[in-house]
Design a protein around this ligand. Structure first.
Ligand code: P6P
Length: 334
């Protein structure tokens, strides 16, 4: 029986029974995350107004300090997730080190790592942007969580997903029971199940990469991209090039249509490990992708198997349809 149209809150309750040792704590966490997504969506959709767009340190007509959207998104995530009482520590793409949960609130059994507003450089051009989140169970036993609770491999995630602020606002998440998409109905303020059990095609027809970096790539990366562009009826090439320059938007399109997104290491432009961060971008999207039947690699190994060494470490990323990413790995073996 299809669950289309149920709210994300109802869906989380249904998921609850599948999550080992999960109590209402996990449900509470996800529900607060949903509310954060709605609050950020509301501000993102007002971004065109002069009092939000791109300024900081300005004051608006009420004389209030106006925050840039990414600061607003970061503050919203930290404030709202802290008050759930379910986290022992947090980490954000916007903050150098671990973020302790305020003494005002109890600490809980989970850890949340997030990129509060990925692609925020696109805001002024009204290009789609996203919030990415990753949830682990804590591994330390003290009062406050530590960096050890954060630096866990992607395979240990208990949930992950993103909110995509686009022509509509969508929440896509997994708790290890498949991938499900919800579309925000702003008239009622509810995320309603619109994409139940998303599966990414085994092989796609789209490649997403910033070809402006072509001359910085390893020759094997160049060979793979040249292969995708070479006409061949039997393997349905050339692939179409689609690149928005906003990770969540590029990933989401390929998740639904099939294809591969790449951010390779570029050896000469100061990004020896690529640009994207393992903990708050690559690992959560890798969990979503794998749960939808896809695969994510750093070019050599599964992103989910990488043992993190630092909070903001960057890794090359090849993510999407399984056979496309495996093909990329073959080219990169050389
Ligand atoms: P480039 C946005 O700034 C971002 O972090 C990701 O959302 C996006 O995939 C990537 O950078 C784009 O980087 O170097 O192609 O502009």
């Amino acid at each position: 029986m299809s669950n289309l149209g149920i709210t994300v809150t109802e869906h989380i309750m249904l998921q609850q029974k599948y999550i080992p040792k999960a109590t209402g704590a996990f449900t509470r966490l996800l529900r607060e995350l949903v509310l954060s997504g709605k609050l950020i969506s509301r501000e993102v959709n007002k971004a065109g107004l002069v009092d939000i767009l791109g300024f900081t340190g300005e004051t608006n007509v009420q004389g209030e300090e106006v925050q840039k959207l990414d600061d607003y998104a970061n503050d919203t995530m930290i404030k709202r997730m802290s008050r759930t009482g379910q986290l022992c520590v947090m980490a954000s793409e916007e903050v150098d080190g671990p973020i302790p949960v305020s003494e005002k609130y109890p600490r809980g059994a989970y850890v949340m790592i997030f990129d509060p507003l990925d692609g925020s450089s696109n805001i002024d051009a009204n290009v789609s942007i996203g919030t990415i989140f990753s949830i682990h169970r804590r591994v330390t036993t003290g009062d406050h969580g530590t960096i050890d609770d954060i630096l866990q491999p992607g395979a240990k995630q208990v949930a992950a997903g993103y909110v995509l602020y686009s022509s509509s606002t969508m929440l896509v998440y997994t708790t290890g029971q498949g991938v499900h998409g919800f579309t925000l109905d702003p008239t009622v303020g509810e995320f309603l199940l619109s994409h139940e059990n998303i599966r990414i095609p085994e092989k796609g027809g789209i490649y997403s990469v910033n070809e402006g970096n072509y001359h910085y790539w390893d020759d094997r990366v160049k060979s793979y991209v040249d292969y995708l562009k070479t006409p061949d009826k039997n393997t349905k090439r050339p692939y179409s090039s689609r690149y928005i320059g906003s990770l969540v938007a590029d990933f989401h399109r390929n998740l639904l249509s099939g294809g591969i997104f790449m951010y390779p290491a570029d050896l000469k432009s100061g990004k020896p490990k690529g640009k994207l961060r393992l903990m708050c971008e690559c690992a959560p999207l890798a969990f979503v992708c794998e749960q939808a039947g896809g695969y994510a690699s750093d070019g050599k190994r599964n992103i989910l198997d990488i043992e993190p060494t630092s909070l903001h470490q960057r890794v090359p990323l090849y993510i999407g349809s399984r056979s496309d990413v495996l093909m990329a790995e073959k080219f990169l073996e050389g």
